[in-house]
Design a protein around this ligand. Structure first.
Ligand code: ADP
Ligand code: MG
Length: 328
């Protein structure tokens, strides 16, 4: 495949949004955008490598592209920002099929467009391992930025949705692939393949003014709780029985004689938001969220000390070291 024709195809496909502030997109040494007055600029990047982050036998090409975009969008949403501009680096070998790369890109661009994101540049490199790296710029104008370091002792700990589905979906894919899925397996598998970033939720949390800290759950509830508590310098207790787990994840866990709550605690890649709100603001916050029609779940609280603990029934457990997500 020739690099130039590949880039000109992407260039022709990359759409401008109405009211775009892109001065120069693909085609020059740099992309140029007009900053929005008074807005803070948020920048993030995340990469997917074949074999490490996805496996071609489970993922359709368009899903690889969509997923790479989704995980970056989630980071911007976790700060309460609005995603705007994407730069995409892609690496593939000379032997790669053109159709595969084109489909990955199509998935990525469609997904980006749904969120009003403009593709403004990138890089194309030869690589023996297929990889995608997305750099996303977002903006925050209204509301506070949601940082990891503001949780205080006495705050309540919340999440925006069901946890453990993505891991249950991955286990299902590994066991039986994506054909012949039962009805209850379909949703977790779908969630694993293409996560849905909490876009509206992030905006609402920022605008509410009540949220003291926030992170997106990419590496499992326990792991990301540990990140919040480390950055905020406090401890946290997770109430295991309050963690929302879907019926589907429950069924998948049951069939394997495992506990779906463990999927939620240690599984990762659910991309729900995990955040804290002062106890004294609980009622106001819950009113604000329910009037917006967005559900949230209280799953624990912030404590003194530094450690994250899990309450199951009467026992207070330490996180299981061996189950905490490790990138290497
Ligand atoms: P340079 O050598 O200046 O980096 P390139 O030939 O790599 O130029 O890129 C030319 C233009 O195409 C630039 O605007 C760049 O951002 C864009 N581009 C290159 N690869 C990609 C890609 N995979 N996706 C989107 N834009 C790309
Ligand atoms: Mg280049």
């Amino acid at each position: 495949m020739r690099e130039l024709s590949f880039i000109s195809k992407i260039r022709a496909r990359a759409a401008r949004m109405p009211g775009s502030r892109v001065v120069k997109g693909i085609g020059d040494d740099c992309a140029v955008v007009l900053p929005e007055k008074g807005a803070k600029l948020l920048l993030t990047t995340d990469s997917l490598a074949e074999g490490t982050h996805f496996n071609r036998c489970y993922f359709k090409p368009w899903e690889i592209g969509a997923r790479a975009m989704a995980v970056n969008i989630s980071d911007i949403c976790a700060m309460g920002g609005v995603p705007r501009y994407a730069l995409v680096s892609i690496g593939f070998s000379k032997k790669e099929k053109q159709g595969f790369v084109d489909s990955v890109y199509e998935g990525l661009m469609r997904y980006a467009e749904n969120y009003g994101i403009e593709l403004i540049g990138g890089d194309t490199v030869g690589s023996s391992v297929f990889f995608l790296s997305v750099t996303l710029a977002g903006e925050s104008k209204r509301g506070r930025l949601l940082m990891r370091d503001g949780a205080k002792k006495g705050d309540l700990l919340f999440t925006t949705g069901m946890l453990g589905d993505s891991y249950a979906g991955l286990l299902t894919l590994k066991r039986k692939g994506r054909e012949k899925l039962s009805a209850f397996e379909y949703l977790p598998v779908k969630k694993h393949l293409v996560p849905l970033p909490r876009y509206m939720e992030g905006r609402l949390l920022a605008e509410s003014g009540y949220v003291t800290s926030c992170i997106d759950i990419s590496d499992g509830l326990v792991n990301d709780c540990m990140q919040l508590s480390r950055e905020s310098g406090c401890g946290m207790i997770i109430e295991a029985q309050s963690v929302p787990v879907s019926h589907s994840a429950g069924m998948i866990a049951q069939s394997r004689r495992e506990n779906a709550v463990d999927y939620a605690l240690y599984g990762g890649e659910d991309f729900e938001l995990l955040f804290t709100v002062p106890k004294s603001k609980e009622a106001h916050f819950m009113n604000f969220m329910s009037s917006s029609g967005v559900p949230v779940f209280c799953i624990g609280r912030v404590t003194g000390g530094r450690s994250v603990k899990i309450r199951r029934g009467k026992s207070l457990e330490n996180p299981e070291e061996g189950r905490i997500w490790n990138h290497f």
